[in-house]
Write a protein that binds this ligand. Sequence first.
Ligand code: SF4
Length: 261
Amino acid sequence: MSNAAQRKLITGGLSKPSKMPGYAYNLPAIHCKTGSKLAQVPGTTCHGCYALKGRYRFPNVMDAMMRRLRSIHRPDWARTMAADINARRSRWFRWHDSGDIQSVKHLLKIFQVCRLTPDVAHWLPTREAGLLSKIPQDRVPSNLTIRLSATKVDGPAPGSWPLTSTVVTTGRSCPAPDQGNACHDCRACWDRNIKNVAQGTSPHFLSLIPITAQSFTYGCFIIIFSISIEDIFSPPDIIISLDLSLILIYPSSCITAKSPV
Ligand code: SF4
């Protein structure tokens, strides 16, 4: 693929969350197979999904995510995604800060992208246990960490996949809330030696309770910033203004801590 503009036409573009170590990619959460159902159920990690409201409902945001969703069916999607990721020259990539795997075929295409980007570490959070069950674990590329997310807040880690993430009201292992809601040097989510990453229901999570497999695996500020930045805003300086606008959009009561984390 010859240039960035042509690649973006095919893939819909990547995003650059300001507080993550690399680039990311998102799909519409309304098309999460499992997450869209869990979002209706209180007590689940998808309930109150931030990606089903607010900025995510803006027509241009929806259009961009729907364009990405349609593009995954293209025969040139995997190699174009790989070319785009390689062109960014970043060591880290996060799949689906909104949205989730759509099918086994989609997952296998992601595997192809990972194999074509051998110098990049990929992290793919998902709630699609059923789709993962159809994939032999030894088929997962060595540079891809798939974490199956827990269904309930304070619930157990899923037992059907070796690497998981949970959401807890106390005892989180994710240090992001202590360091400006940023990863900084932490790469636990990408680290296959870490069996489970426990995300906290920190103040940052409360107003925009993360949803979908992916959402709770990161601070919502980070996720919100990452959404379709290339399509909606003019990166990179808009990232700072998003920090400010979030405070305006969500009243202070929404970011009051409920838990001690
Ligand atoms: S555990 Fe938290 S800080 Fe560490 S990589 Fe995951 S999201 Fe980032």
